[in-house]
Design a protein around this ligand. Structure first.
Ligand SMILES: *[C@@H]1O[C@H](CO)[C@@H](O)[C@H](O)[C@H]1NC(C)=O
Ligand SMILES: *[C@@H]1O[C@H](CO)[C@@H](O)[C@H](O)[C@H]1NC(C)=O
Ligand SMILES: *[C@@H]1O[C@H](CO)[C@@H](O)[C@H](O)[C@H]1NC(C)=O
Ligand SMILES: *[C@@H]1O[C@H](CO)[C@@H](O)[C@H](O)[C@H]1NC(C)=O
Ligand SMILES: *[C@@H]1O[C@H](CO)[C@@H](O)[C@H](O)[C@H]1NC(C)=O
Ligand SMILES: *[C@@H]1O[C@H](CO)[C@@H](O)[C@H](O)[C@H]1NC(C)=O
Ligand SMILES: *[C@@H]1O[C@H](CO)[C@@H](O)[C@H](O)[C@H]1NC(C)=O
Ligand SMILES: *[C@@H]1O[C@H](CO)[C@@H](O)[C@H](O)[C@H]1NC(C)=O
Ligand SMILES: *[C@@H]1O[C@H](CO)[C@@H](O)[C@H](O)[C@H]1NC(C)=O
Ligand SMILES: *[C@@H]1O[C@H](CO)[C@@H](O)[C@H](O)[C@H]1NC(C)=O
Length: 406
């Protein structure tokens, strides 16, 4: 469907759907005029800024849950009254619809797994002309592998930093161990020939920092709920670890997520990526959960914040722990057996805890919308937010003042 047609359909829908249940957004005639440049060419210049203010948007959800696949989605569909299915062009062929509650106040998207699906689906959603997301709070709510030093099965982590660790040179062990025996893994940051050196060049999606005050509010509320503590087998598997966090009951933690399409496991890569997370964030981030999408979604939010279509300050990244990212001491020398053959006790607690730990902040947003969340001032960020380039303004406390082009 052409954009013009979508707009026309939008304006028809907006009439049809106008009902007391939710407030239809008014069409902004000024924005419409602004969207069409009066003159181009010599006088107006050829640098046409084709940003548009979504004059025909009719949905203005206050909260949007971002799930990555079916198992993460279903607990939300069960917990809330997601009665509306809205099909959007550009979503994953497996998950072509977003779901909204009766009065369209809360919506949910399933992006599909991995960085490509997350980036493409979140772009399709945020560019869709029917959704005004400029004030919407996004809760990225997925499951993840957990670092035993910081968390455990069923644990709930809220990140401040998201780091993408796949963007590196890669050598297979057989190709480097004879010549570079001291390398601790086959990954080397771009623009360097050494594992421990800050990259000489980056693609821009390596590190994101989200609103710490909002994150802390979400944690404060999540700490009050009774989490699902998991199965007997979960407890037995936790007990194999000697780290206090790993062997304890699940809780809510402030620590950071990394993104890798490559589903890695084990001590060597865990240690290496933990080091890389520190390196990339100049010592600020603590890697505790590993997943496959967050930097991709955050990249889209960064790009669209620049044009006012979303507010990057309103993004929360929550990952609950479905399994451990490295073996317990008893399987220290057999990561393959740990990964394929050990029974960690099931991922049910992590799925339940998505809703249990994510609902309080959503409830807070709805209840205090008029007073607090609509303006966004109370929990506006005091920390730097955005990407490694400073795209949204401000100076990151990570990254370098300039990078090579490569
Ligand atoms: C309408 O659009 C104009 C131009 O984009 C903007 O300045 C103005 O605030 C908008 N009005 C409302 C009520 O949103
Ligand atoms: C809406 O989507 C959900 C989940 O994909 C599905 O279970 C349900 O049947 C759909 N409802 C309608 C009315 O199509
Ligand atoms: C919409 O429904 C939710 C419950 O799903 C409720 O908390 C909220 O107050 C409603 N909002 C409006 C504007 O009716
Ligand atoms: C993804 O975000 C994490 C922080 O959450 C960051 O450490 C990592 O470098 C990012 N990776 C990519 C490839 O963007
Ligand atoms: C490996 O050894 C080389 C010199 O032989 C040194 O430059 C490099 O820093 C060492 N790398 C590591 C990870 O220790
Ligand atoms: C999980 O364990 C904690 C600590 O013992 C307890 O407070 C909480 O109620 C338990 N959760 C459930 C759902 O039983
Ligand atoms: C991680 O960093 C520590 C401290 O610098 C170092 O001892 C260790 O070898 C590194 N591990 C990997 C896998 O790079
Ligand atoms: C945990 O076990 C490992 C391997 O047995 C050992 O190296 C480490 O010191 C132990 N850590 C603690 C905190 O006991
Ligand atoms: C793992 O293997 C190393 C070397 O082969 C050995 O020294 C160590 O004791 C083993 N650890 C365990 C927990 O089996
Ligand atoms: C981060 O560390 C790199 C490498 O040491 C350094 O070049 C860069 O200036 C540091 N960035 C900040 C903001 O301190």
């Amino acid at each position: 469907m052409k954009f013009g047609l979508v707009c026309a359909v939008g304006s028809v829908l907006s009439t049809v759907l106008a009902q007391p249940l939710f407030e239809k957004r008014a069409i902004n005639e000024t924005a419409l005029e602004d969207a069409i440049p009066a003159s181009t060419g010599a006088k107006g210049g050829d640098n046409i800024q084709a940003s548009y203010g979504k004059p025909f948007a009719i949905y203005q959800p206050k909260a949007f849950v971002v799930s990555m696949f079916e198992l993460e989605r279903d607990p939300w569909l069960e917990a809330l009254d997601f009665v509306h299915n809205i099909t959007l062009p550009g979503l994953s062929p497996i998950y072509p619809t977003v779901h909204c509650t009766t009065n369209y106040t809360i919506c949910q998207i399933t992006t599909g797994e991995g960085e490509i699906n997350a980036a493409a689906s979140v772009t399709a959603l945020t560019m869709n002309p029917l959704f005004d997301l400029s004030k919407t709070y996004f809760l990225i709510a997925g499951i993840a592998g957990g670092e035993p030093k910081y968390t455990t099965i069923g644990g709930v982590t809220f990140a401040k930093y998201a780091v993408q660790v796949g963007l590196e040179y890669q050598f297979d062990y057989t190709d480097y161990h004879n010549t570079n025996a001291n390398w601790t893994s086959g990954y080397i940051p771009y623009g360097t020939d050494n594992q421990d050196t800050y990259p000489g060049n980056v693609y821009g999606t390596e590190v994101f920092e989200v609103n710490e005050k909002l994150r802390d509010r979400a944690v404060e509320l999540a700490l009050k709920v009774d989490l699902n503590n998991g199965t007997k087998q979960n407890a037995a598997f936790r007990a194999l670890y000697n780290e206090t966090a790993a062997s304890s009951l699940p809780s809510v933690y402030k620590c950071d997520v990394l993104t890798s399409d490559n589903y890695f496991t084990g001590n060597a890569l865990g240690d290496y990526f933990a080091n890389l997370t520190k390196l990339m964030t100049n010592g600020s981030a603590t890697y505790c959960s590993t997943a496959q999408e967050d930097n991709a979604s955050l990249e889209v939010f960064t790009r669209l914040d620049k044009y006012g279509l979303v507010d990057f300050d309103r993004v929360i990244v929550m990952r609950t722990i479905s399994d451990f990212s490295r073996p317990p001491p008893s399987l220290f020398n057999n990561t393959v057996k740990f990964f394929f053959d050990s029974d960690q006790g099931g991922i049910g607690a992590s799925l339940d805890n998505l809703v249990l730990a994510g609902t309080p902040i959503i409830h807070d947003i709805l209840t205090n919308w008029d007073k607090v969340y609509e303006s966004g001032k109370k929990y506006s960020s005091k920390n730097y937010v955005g990407d490694i380039f400073g795209t949204l303004g401000g100076e990151p406390n990570f990254g370098k003042s300039s990078f090579d082009i490569a």
